[in-house]
Structure formats: C-alpha cells, structure tokens
Design a protein around this ligand. Structure first.
Ligand SMILES: [Zn+2]
Length: 355
C-alpha cells in the first residue's frame, strides 16, 4: 500500500500555520463503568510552539473528553478520564514525543511521563495506546527538558527560543573582543551569533563544531541581509509571512542587530531541503519540474512548476534558496521549512490552504 500523505500543518483562520498533534483519552462511564476511547486530531500555533506549550497541553489533556456513553446514555466528561496520551512529532522527521497522563483531578495531578522516539513520524492511523512502550526509556515530567530533546532527537524543540537564549548568552558576556557562539540547531542548520566584525563567519567556520557545516551543500546566510523568501502561498512575504524574525524577536535584540553590534549567520543544508521537499511531493503524487542544467548546483535549483497527479501544471515556482530563506527568516529547521512549503502546495491544490 502506498504511503498516505499526512498533513503536519493546517492553516488557522488567518492562514497562519498550526502544527498537528494526536490526542487520545480513555474514559470509564461514571454510571455504568463502560470504557470508551476518544481520539482528537488537534493543532496549535506552529511558530510559537515550544516544549512548555506541549506540557501545558498534556496537563489539561483530560478536559477534552465529551461524549454520551454508548452503553447507558450518561454524559461522560473530564471527571471520567482514566488515561490520556498526546503524541507530537516534528515535521522534519527528527522524531516523536509521546506523553502519557494519569491521576487527573488530584492535587499535583496529573502525573505525566514521556517517551522519545528518534526519527519517527506522526502516524494518524496508530492505535491508541495508553501505556508506555516497555522497550523504551520512560522519562518523568521533570526530565523532559529542551536539552534532552536536543540530545535524543538532534534538534531544539523551538529554534527561535534556542536562538534567543544564545543571544542572551552573548549579551551577558563581559565584553571580550570578537566573541561569538556556534551551535547546531537542527539537522542541516547551524548558527553563528556574535560580535559583528568582518571575519566572524570565517573565524567561526574554523571551529571544530562547524566541521559538518563546511560542506558544499550548506549555504551561509546573514540574517539581516537574507531577502524575503518568494513562496507560492504568499503574495507578499516581506509583510505577511507568519513567524518572521522581525516580529518575534524582542525590539532591543532587533535593534542590536540592525545597529551592527551583533551578527547572526545561519548555515542551511540545501540537500536536506531538496530531499524533504521532493519526498513530501512524491508522497502526495506531485511531480516537480526541474531545469536539468541547473539541478547540479543546488544554489540555483528552481522548481519551475509542479505537476498535479493528473499531470496538469500548477503554475507555481519555487527555488531551494527560497525555502532556505524561509528557514532563516522564520527560525525553523530546513526540514520543517521544506515540509511546510510542500504541504502548502498540496493544500492549495486540495483547497484546504487559502489565505
Ligand atoms: Zn454508561
């Protein structure tokens, strides 16, 4: 059976992306005890989503239960929930975080534990399971931290948050000359953040931590000089692209950048973008049209059109660099940017994405 196309994102009422998660509750009817499972496909704002938001969803997971018992007709609700599970997976395939909740309605409740699964995708057809997988380490709520997500899944939960924390570390330094930080943010994305002096990038690229980022398919972009991406779904990205850095960054941080005191450079892997984007289109049975002469150099690779499953052109263009600009402009991983851009195209075709 062909792999089904799964949307990780959906637009909210203003056309801003929300990210999907799966929410299961196991209830026992308060009158007859009849057990029943309810499943929800929920979504939450993509650009501001972080680990704290996920834990907040988990801690109120029982509140969604609401149905009439199929055995006795009694109304079942939050008070009847015995177990709840929330499953969230990163759109760039870094992995899945599954949260298991029990002991609702008690002081200090609910009890939350979690499991992390590397490189696992969100599967809407997975059977509801209310007990952790015995073969995988179970984490207590307090052990599920941003650092652990980085260690186990190879990416920051929120790249924007990681970037801002790095900025604060730079700002807190006691003014040494020509100082910078380097960090891997996600698969195929690195950042150099520091004093804005002429050789900051070349100095940073000598650091051992950036060895991987010296490859030919990695393009280095300075945040302040990166142009607005041109994307099929947005007519005016400079003003309307959700999640862009000039909107989410605190004013003082933005000013420090614009006054040339601090520089932020991103290294973005174009092969990861290409791989993720083409894979997503393939699963959706869309066929990108590439100028073969240009396809050797990833920096000039342009998808000149996208063919629908009926072999009709969509009349949409997109370049790999524009997807890289999107990742940089909005502080998201290259895989997320590629998947989101592909889903917008699929969504436009199915008329579920419209501004
Ligand atoms: Zn009942």
């Amino acid at each position: 059976m062909a792999e089904p196309f799964v949307f990780h994102f959906r637009p909210d009422s203003s056309g801003h992306p929300e990210q999907m998660y799966i929410h299961d509750v196991l209830c026992g009817c308060g009158v007859c005890g009849h057990p029943q499972i309810q499943r929800f496909y929920h979504s939450t704002s993509f650009h501001s989503f972080d680990l704290y938001s996920l834990l907040r969803i988990a801690s109120t997971a029982h509140e969604v239960a609401d149905y009439v018992c199929e055995n006795c007709g009694e109304q079942v609700g939050a008070k009847d929930v015995q177990r709840a599970v929330v499953r969230f997976a990163f759109a760039d395939d870094a992995g899945e975080i599954v949260l298991f909740m029990r002991d609702f309605g008690v002081i200090d409740g609910p009890v939350i534990c979690a499991q992390l699964f590397e490189q696992r995708r969100l599967d809407p057809q997975v059977q509801p399971v209310f007990e952790p997988d015995q073969a995988v380490k179970v984490l207590e709520e307090q052990d599920l931290t941003d650092d652990l997500v980085v260690e186990r899944l190879g990416r920051y939960f929120s790249l924007k948050q990681a970037l801002y924390e790095l900025y604060c570390d730079w700002e807190d330094m006691d003014d040494p000359e020509d100082a910078f930080f380097v960090e891997k943010l996600a698969e195929g994305m690195w950042v150099v953040l520091g004093d804005d002096y002429e050789n900051v990038l070349s100095d940073a690229l000598n650091e051992r931590e950036l060895e991987e980022a010296r490859k030919e398919d990695v393009v280095w972009l300075e945040l302040l000089k990166t142009p607005a991406p041109e994307l099929p779904f947005y007519e005016d990205t400079a003003h309307k692209l959700p999640g862009q850095w000039r909107r989410w960054m605190p004013v003082s941080t933005r000013e420090t950048l614009e006054q040339g005191e601090c520089a932020i450079w991103f290294g973005v892997s174009l092969s990861i973008i290409r791989e993720s984007f083409e894979r997503a289109l393939e699963v959706a049975r869309l066929q990108p049209v590439v100028d073969e002469d240009a396809s050797v150099d990833l920096k000039s690779l342009v998808y000149e059109d996208i063919m629908t499953p009926r072999d009709e052109p969509m009349g949409q263009q997109l370049s790999l660099l524009d997807v890289a600009y999107r990742a940089v402009w909005t502080g998201i991983s290259p895989g997320d940017a590629a998947q989101l851009s592909a889903e917008e195209l699929v969504g436009m075709l199915l008329k579920v994405w419209h501004a």
